[in-house]
Design a binder for this molecule. Structure first.
Ligand code: NOJ
Length: 757
């Protein structure tokens, strides 16, 4: 018998044995069939249950192996709930085969990855997508992200991040929708719908995860992972609101946060995970801890059973929970309740029928041209025009002969994806330099000068980790930095116009990337000032994850465009805006401070007896303003809009009524553009102080020059209620209300109404 024939027969025999063993070990489970979760649970040993409650790290972490053994051995013996951060489809299939073919119950693994704003086609970062004020766009982008990720074997994403962020020192502001609970909820719903769709089991969708539950964005001093202290009324009225919206939209999982909330670790916080999530909201999906957070509970002396179903990558459940149950400290019923929603999620996702990746199909899905088109549209719709004196923008190709593209982020690629976008399987990225070249073709001379490198003041922890694709820019000698600076200024001098691209490398925003100062670091401010001093027209293009201190630029640079981290099509989309092929309509989802001394800063604060603009003693610093440089909701367009005729359907109505609010918006300029109409309210008195303004409606619409439209909003109990700290419940109160409509949170157009008993 030839060698190959022998091997073939051997493999045939072993397959047969495996098949027979499979039949014997699981009489009720036919391979590839959709099981019943409760039946499956009945067959499971405690070890197998706890394995389902565990997410194993996708790469060998020595401490993990020391604690519980090699992840693959665990899978072989007991299966696993999930595996974190394996993105290579070949590896996914290999590991999935271990679970499905070799583990006793053949339960497939749920592979989880941070697909935050794209998998291969990278869309603008979440704060940018929120700047579009366009939930439909957000939904479409996450639909594409889900399609690509699922095609490559990822069935679970750790998004959306729903943390309200009022402090730009906190680096993770970039991952969320900003400071406002109403906008945040609309964006949350859109993301859940985009990721999950409405058809359970659809193979082009993924399970979403609402994170980080809750209050993570309120870290003391903006320092990532530090404690949050949030009074109950702020939890209900602000921080929990987007999470509730996600739960109502059917989000399949939640992630508990790392930090202490009011002195109780969020991942062991029974009030959050049990009283709020399960009891009050009746949530029946599952909760995963943030990475290693369950392990941290040990140091806090907290119990395991506050409400986290799945332990992310720490191995703590595997190490302790089995013994806890065997010793009778934790009831099996409790374990069963924790396992059941995980099995149900796997069943709903269609994992039992389709556990493997079809590797041959992946390129066709990832390279769909319409994905790139959508990414470009997303850039166009999310950039925010902050300043445009004397219509400095858009630029005209026919009037410019030479452009100096300057700055340490102008030719960047990976940095435009932000940390998460760079961590999945991103395709090519169009740099801003390239986008400008693509736009102007050969008719305009485009030259580039990098300027001095950007580095963090304190070297980054990530710097030397090979799998982190975004890097610090190399250290330069003072001479090299000076030469780079001088070259850039010289280039500006000999060009018609300078487009200066400044901001933050990707590592400066995101996780563990808090900053005490929002200044343009690494000599960028000096470079900007020197380029402006040449007298050439300057356009400042910002690439960053949080508002920056641009106080000088806001007075001296005629055009400023906030582009955030705008993904694969960054350069093309930004060039579309710069040259007027698209009209900007992004609006800020955060209040933009002058500098970090003003933080935290948010528009929906309560009244003070002495606001900044009152005479006498006022609520302000001696040496700085306490109002924003640009307010929440602000953004310019190449056209202009007027707002008139703000009317409410009844000037007096009973509590419980729903009122109609109408406002006319007209395009008063001479080109088509999108208006972002915003509705704000204020309750004048009541059982508690109410915010000076609260967003309660918005709509983005396109208007041709000279055209006008009446926009309607509804104000009903959902919009008018709040959680009263005095009454400890949700109330709609018989009080007087102000209403404003316009294009930012300082809109002047006003009317009022009164609710009566
Ligand atoms: C830690 C981060 O806080 C969380 O957002 C992320 O989803 C997990 N790591 C997994 O990568």
């Amino acid at each position: 018998m030839s060698d190959s024939l022998r091997k073939y027969r051997l493999s045939l025999i072993s397959s047969l044995i495996a098949f027979l063993l499979f039949q014997l070990s699981s009489p009720n489970l036919v391979a590839q069939a959709r099981p019943d979760a409760k039946n499956l649970l009945k067959q499971m040993t405690i070890e197998e249950k706890v394995a389902q409650l565990s997410q194993l790290p996708g790469f060998p972490i020595p401490e993990f192996i020391q604690q519980v053994g090699n992840p693959e051995a665990v899978i072989r013996h007991f299966g696993a709930g999930s595996v974190l951060w394996v993105s290579d489809p070949k590896q996914i299939n290999r590991i999935q085969h271990i679970a499905v073919d070799e583990s006793r119950l053949h339960i497939p693994i749920l592979f989880g990855l941070d697909v935050i704003h794209g998998y291969h086609t990278i869309f603008p970062a979440p704060i940018a997508m929120a700047s579009s004020w366009d939930p439909k766009l957000v939904e479409s982008a996450q639909t594409v992200a889900a399609r690509e990720a699922r095609a490559a074997g990822i069935a679970w994403t750790f998004a959306p991040m729903l943390d309200i962020a009022r402090d730009a020192r906190w680096g993770r502001m970039v991952e969320g929708a900003g400071e406002d609970p109403y906008l945040g909820s609309a964006i949350a719903r859109a993301q859940v719908l985009g990721f999950q769709g409405t058809q359970p089991g659809a193979l082009d969708r993924v399970l979403a995860c609402a994170k980080h539950f809750a209050g993570y964005g309120a870290a003391d001093g903006g320092r990532d992972y530090d404690s949050s202290y949030i009074p109950e009324e702020q939890m209900w009225n602000t921080y929990l609101v987007p999470f509730k919206a996600a739960a109502d939209a059917g989000v399949g999982s939640f992630m508990s946060a790392y930090m202490d909330l009011n002195d109780v670790p969020a991942s062991g916080n029974r009030w959050l995970l049990h009283d709020v999530l399960r009891d009050t909201w009746k949530y029946n999906g599952f909760v995963v801890s943030d990475a290693n957070a369950v392990h941290s509970l040990i140091t806090h002396g907290y119990a395991f059973t506050a409400g986290v179903n799945m332990d992310m990558a720490s191995g703590t459940y595997l190490k302790y929970l089995i013994a806890e149950v065997k010793q009778g400290h934790i009831a099996m019923k409790q374990i069963d309740d924790m396992v059941l929603p995980i099995l149900e999620a796997k069943i709903k996702l269609g994992l039992f029928e389709h556990p493997y990746v079809d590797e041959a199909r992946i390129p066709q899905v990832l390279n769909a041209p319409e994905h790139q088109e959508l990414a470009r549209t997303a850039v166009q719709r999310s950039v925010v025009l902050l300043r445009n004196e004397q219509n400095a923008l858009p630029l005209s190709k026919s009037q410019i002969k030479s452009i100096a593209v300057i700055g340490p982020l102008a030719d960047a690629e990976a940095d435009l994806l932000d940390m998460w976008g760079a961590m999945t399987k991103p395709g090519p990225t169009v740099s801003i330099l390239q986008g400008i070249k693509n736009k102007v073709g050969d008719s305009v001379q485009v030259e580039f000068a990098h300027g001095p490198n950007i580095r963090r003041d304190i070297p980054s922890f990530f710097e030397n980790i090979p799998f982190v694709p975004v890097k610090e820019q190399p250290k330069q000698s003072p001479e090299d930095a000076k030469k780079a600076f001088d070259d850039a200024v010289d280039l500006a001098k000999r060009s018609d116009i300078a487009i200066v691209v400044l901001g933050e490398i990707a590592l400066m925003s995101g996780e563990a990337a808090s900053r005490s100062s929002l200044k343009l670091s690494g000599g960028q401010e000096e470079l900007l000032e020197a380029v402006a001093a040449t007298g050439k027209p300057v356009v400042l293009v910002l690439v960053n994850g949080r508002p920056l201190d641009i106080s000088w630029a806001a007075e001296h640079v005629p055009a400023i465009l906030e582009t955030w981290y705008s993904g694969s099509q960054a350069g093309n989309g930004i060039a579309d805006i710069l040259f007027g092929d698209a009209n900007p309509a992004g609006h800020l989802p955060v209040s933009w401070p002058h500098n970090s001394a003003e933080l935290p800063l948010y528009y929906n604060h309560t009244l003070t007896q002495a606001p900044e603009d009152a005479p006498g003693f006022t609520s302000r610093y001696w040496d700085a303003l306490s109002t924003p440089l640009y307010p929440f909701g602000y953004g310019l367009s190449y056209t202009t809009f007027s707002y008139d005729n703000l009317k409410v359907s009844q000037s007096e109505a009973k509590v419980g009524s729903t009122l109609d609010v109408a406002v006319d918006v007209a395009n008063t300029g001479n080109r088509a553009g999108d208006a972002v109409v915003q509705l704000y309210i204020h309750q004048r008195a009541g059982s508690a102080s109410r915010p000076v303004r609260q967003l309660k409606g918005f709509q983005r619409l396109t208007l041709q020059p000279g055209s006008k439209q009446t926009i309607h909003f509804k104000l009903g109990p959902d919009e008018l209620q709040f959680w009263s700290p005095a009454l400890k419940k949700w109330v709609v109160e018989p009080e007087a209300f102000d209403i404003w409509a316009g294009d930012n949170s300082q809109a002047k157009l006003h009317t009022e109404f009164r609710l009566t008993q």
